[in-house]
Design a protein around this ligand. Structure first.
Ligand SMILES: Cc1cc2nc3c(=O)[nH]c(=O)nc-3n(C[C@H](O)[C@H](O)[C@H](O)COP(=O)(O)OP(=O)(O)OC[C@H]3O[C@@H](n4cnc5c(N)ncnc54)[C@H](O)[C@@H]3O)c2cc1C
Length: 387
């Protein structure tokens, strides 16, 4: 026999739990179905185990979407301070790490425990180990999961994106959207390390582990943070951010010495030599990278013009990545359910009344730094208040 609820939420991740809690608090009978054996598994591994749960500088500009205006309403109605108030109500220690990023002081499990406590208080029923298999709709939605059947007039899809398939990411959300005729913006891995061309691999990959502050730019979007050389290419926050805007076969432009004029002393001084040039890099970037750079891009001669060109090249390293490390390494999935299909106020489908999409499955992708969770909380709250 099928179980009846006012609303069924598919996926007990950040967005699904927030939505269920908001609806439960308003007296709705809500079920959350989760394929894993516990709730919020991605929250547990997020932020290196400390969960960067929001960003105090959150603004619509921190999100990518085919419609950059879509996220504004939900973000405004559930700002970071609302989630911070919840964290403080549960006496969870937290701190700002950098650039407005708030992390748990102890562990990400503080956030999942908080959500679990809120879920119970709101009377929301959780069904774990319930992989959703099939959805159909007559007057109501019928959901077939592992051994259970659910009936509801309101179905909320919060099954996340495709990143980290090892953790059990499934394309269910996109499949449901297609089943009901909703458009999808093509999905792609985002916040993902980029891979070098074969030549760059030969030139730089033995420097794996070298990290330095850079400005990385892709498609006109510029990020000043750390870059890390990996055994396949480049990563680190600056590159992850740029990766979300990177288009295949296009370059990523990297300023290797932002704010420095490395050769100014050299131009003014009497001695212009290899060792004077190497010394000019002290305090600007790691020695190993500087030496490799000089080896691969030596000034043609010691004329001022040649030194000037050397300086310019240093601030404009153009790499054309061979690709990305894919969903295995991507922190999020860009693209997803087209926002034209949804109400920006409630996240409900315009075509299919009672069908909602929230969180990462929607074509709204945050920058690195707590923005993706903030979107999950905000879109979850928007739907939860409409159920
Ligand atoms: C390694 C890593 C670190 C990250 N760190 C941060 C961070 O510090 N800060 C930040 O803002 N963002 C971070 N992110 C991104 C963030 O985790 C996601 O954007 C966010 O979890 C999306 O929330 P969601 O609820 O939409 O999806 P999810 O959290 O992915 O939840 C979806 C849920 O649906 C379930 N599900 C999937 N398919 C089915 C099915 N067929 N049946 C039933 N259930 C199903 C899944 O098991 C999962 O529990 C990180 C991501 C990764 C991979």
């Amino acid at each position: 026999m099928s179980k009846e609820f006012d609303a069924v939420v598919l996926g007990a991740g950040a967005a699904g739990l927030m939505c269920a809690i908001e609806a439960g608090k308003r007296g709705r009978r809500v079920a959350v179905l989760e394929r894993a054996e516990k709730i919020g598994k991605k929250i547990l591994i997020s932020g290196g185990g400390r969960c960067n749960f929001t960003n105090i500088h959150c603004a619509p500009e921190n999100f990518l979407s085919a419609n950059p205006h879509f996220a504004k309403s939900a973000l405004a109605r559930y700002p970071p301070k609302d989630f911070i108030a919840l964290v403080e109500k549960h006496k969870i220690p937290y701190h700002e790490k950098t650039l407005g990023q708030l992390f748990c002081g102890r562990s990400a499990s503080d956030i999942t425990q908080m959500l679990e406590t809120e879920r119970r208080a709101a009377g929301v029923q959780a069904f774990l180990n319930q992989k959703t298999r099939e959805i159909s709709k007559t007057t109501e939605f019928l959901i077939r999961a592992d051994g259970e059947e659910f009936r509801t007039p309101a179905l909320v899809v919060a099954t996340g994106g495709l990143s980290i398939p090892k953790m059990g990411a499934t394309p269910l959300g996109y499949e449901i959207a297609k089943q009901f005729g909703l458009k999808i913006q093509e999905t792609r891995p985002a916040l993902v390390p980029l891979t070098f061309s074969e030549k760059d691999k030969r030139n730089y990959c033995d420097l794996t582990g070298v990290s330095m502050e850079v400005v990385a730019a892709a498609d006109g979007h510029v990020f000043r943070e750390k870059m890390l050389i990996t055994h396949r290419g480049v990563s680190g926050p600056a590159v992850l951010q740029a990766s979300s805007y990177w288009q295949p076969r296009k370059p990523v432009c990297i300023d290797l010495a932002p704010g420095h004029n490395v050769t100014s002393a050299l131009l003014q001084g009497k001695t212009k030599s290899d060792s004077a040039l190497r010394n000019a890099f002290v305090g600007v970037m790691p020695k190993r990278f500087a030496e490799r750079w000089i080896e691969l891009h030596p000034p043609k001669d010691w004329t001022n013009a040649a030194i000037d060109n050397f300086e310019k090249a240093l601030h404009r390293w153009e790499i054309v990545p061979s690709g990305t490390e894919g969903y295995e390494k991507a922190e999020v999935t860009a693209g997803g359910v087209d926002t034209d299909e949804l109400s920006s106020k409630t996240m409900e489908s315009r075509r299919v009344p009672g069908l909602f999409f929230i969180g990462e499955v929607v074509d709204v992708t945050g920058h690195l730094g707590g923005f993706n969770f903030q979107w999950a909380w905000a879109s979850g709250a928007a739907a939860g208040r409409a159920l």
